[in-house]
Write a protein that binds this ligand. Structure first.
Ligand code: GLU
Length: 553
């Protein structure tokens, strides 16, 4: 029997129930009708844990590139690792991405349903497709069954390590690579579990020059490992599923994390073996964090900000987080945003070649700044809507206040939001409860009060005098000149330069007088503009706060 015939026979023995050929499958997935320049990209997470900020980063990039090109964005679920799979993993992915406004044109929409013509979009339901291609490869001598047990593989590895050789299943170490059909038949008759491995024709000494869409020109070594294509449970490895799915789904290029860069030669070899056209890759560097003056990858275990739930629960404005991620992706986004504060991110010309090649720094302080900046562009009404949505889930006390006292809440949120000086003290919606505390008597009652080091007697006199002259209808200029007058009367200096020259001559400066008032009304040393705060609180609340404070002196 010829070698060719022997391979065909083995493929038949391995997959007796597979009757379709790879040609039939290729017919089932016709070439997409896309115009020049329209991109078809996919985001392909595994349901193996919570969705993290790196996932959002990668999917945001794919989303923007496809939308801008009028193309197609696909969500494919890669659930071939049944051991690491978590319960509700798919729902977490779908909801996490939805929370960030990342929309897909095709793919899974929940655990069971999908949309699009190029499915199934979940790999466990594509089992037969992979088997068809595996059978095809075996029949052509590009793949073979391997019956090695875990122990045997460990023994090979140990021997390699002892000899100081490269480890792995390849070349002369690959026990089943050139096994004869009698041995294979015997194992099959015994029912021994097997995997299907690639029959690698590569040579590690050969170099491949490739152009990565993000990293630019790179040189890699050819693959020579007989890597597993189909596992003993019949499911494919990532290495095998990737060329098949991305080809059948008509993907334009592969955008993925750069942990896969070292496997690219293996993937290229599988593309060749399958007779597919090679695809280009764009390998995105991971998000990094500074630690002890060094950079390290953001970690699931160490960094709470790695999980997407962190942003949702803390009420980060999603648009602020997305702005920050785009800053990381293309540093010119920063200037663009300053020039175009109101534009949609889809209007930004995102470019893969401008990505950081090594590893982009994710800095929560920077994110907070950008978030503050973003919130400062919103109207009180917009802030109200966002806080309402956040509080509904995460803070019932504030939610009730927002619903029952909407106008009062709007006027609180409107402080320093119009005019010349815009407030930038809100990073996330969960900062709001603390800011509301001074405005609501029930919250204020139990709040922590700060103290100032000014003689109690003086404080009392100043506050009594303030109450005597307080007129709610005063504008801010009049309001402040009254404070100045009272201050001067009690020996506080209104001229800062003069005060610096002769501090001893005065009890203090005018800022101290305002501070007495601030502490009496809010219990805090730092607040937004005090005049506006008092106007929003209303006359009777202000008078009551001051009277209560005087009584504690
Ligand atoms: N399931 C793979 C992962 O989560 C996908 C890699 C890819 O996008 O090709 O890393």
């Amino acid at each position: 029997m010829t070698k060719e015939q022997e391979s065909i026979d083995i493929s038949q023995l391995l997959f007796p129930n597979i009757v379709e050929s790879s040609k039939d499958i290729l017919k089932r997935y016709p070439k997409r009708d896309v115009k020049q320049g329209e991109l078809v990209l996919r985001f392909a997470p595994s349901p193996t844990g919570f969705i993290h900020i790196g996932n959002i980063y990668t999917s945001l990039v794919g989303y923007i590139l496809t939308k801008r090109s009028n193309g197609v964005f696909i969500l494919r679920i890669e659930d071939t690792d049944k051991v690491r799979e978590v319960k509700y993993g798919i729902i977490q992915i779908v909801e996490g991405l939805r929370n960030f406004g990342i929309q897909f044109d095709e793919g899974m929409i929940n655990e069971e349903e999908s949309k699009g013509e190029y499915g199934p979009y979940i790999q466990s339901e594509r089992k037969d497709i992979y088997k068809i291609f595996a059978k095809d490869l075996v029949s052509k001598g590009f793949a073979y069954p391997c019956f090695c047990t875990k122990e045997e593989l460990e023994a090979i590895r140990k021997e390699q390590t002892d000899l100081g050789s490269r480890t792995g299943y390849f070349g002369k170490w690959a026990k089943w690579r050139d096994a004869n059909s009698d041995d294979i038949k015997r194992e099959l008759d015994l029912g021994t579990p097997f995997v299907i491995r690639l029959y690698s024709r590569g040579n590690i000494k050969n170099k491949i020059n490739s152009k990565d869409l993000i990293k630019g020109g790179i040189t890699l070594s050819e693959n020579d490992m007989d890597s597993v294509l189909l596992k003993s449970d019949g499911l494919p490895t990532y290495h095998f599923a990737h060329p098949i799915d991305d080809t059948l789904m008509g993907i334009s290029f592969v955008l993925r994390g750069d942990e896969w860069l070292s496997s690219q030669p293996l993937h290229m070899e599988i593309f060749n073996a399958l007779g597919f056209e090679q695809l280009q890759y764009g390998h995105i560097s991971p998000l990094m964090k500074m630690e002890n003056e060094g950079k390290r990858k953001l970690s699931k275990r160490k960094d709470p900000e790695f999980a997407v739930s962190y942003y949702v629960e803390n009420g980060y404005p999603i648009n602020g987080v997305k702005d920050y991620l785009l800053n990381i992706a293309n540093s010119n986004f920063y200037d663009w945003r300053i020039q175009n504060p109101q534009k949609e991110i889809l209007e930004f010309d995102l470019k893969l070649e401008k990505f950081n090649r090594a590893g982009a720094l994710f800095d929560i302080t920077k994110l907070n700044d950008i978030s503050k900046e973003y919130i400062s562009t919103l109207s009180a009404q917009e802030v109200y809507e966002y806080v309402l949505e956040w509080a509904e889930k995460y803070n019932t006390e504030i939610h009730t206040k927002l619903v029952n006292q909407k106008d009062y809440c709007l006027s609180i949120l409107n402080i320093e939001r119009e005019g010349f000086k815009i407030r930038k003290d809100i990073v996330k919606w969960s900062d709001i409860p603390n800011q509301f505390e001074i405005f609501f008597d029930d919250m204020f009652k139990d709040s922590q009060k700060e103290e100032i080091e000014i003689e109690r007697g003086v404080q009392g006199e100043i506050l009594n005098e303030f109450l005597d002259t307080y007129y709610f209808g005063d504008d801010s200029t009049e309001w402040f000149s009254k404070i100045k007058r009272i201050g001067e009367k009690y020996g506080f200096c209104s001229d800062y330069k003069e005060y610096e020259k002769h501090p001893k001559k005065y009890k203090g400066k005018i800022g101290d007088v305002a501070m007495i008032l601030r502490i009496a009304v809010t219990g805090r040393k730092q607040t937004p503009d005090l005049y506006q705060v008092m106007q929003v609180m209303g006359e009777s609340r202000v008078r009551e706060r001051i009277t209560v404070y005087i009584n504690t002196l």
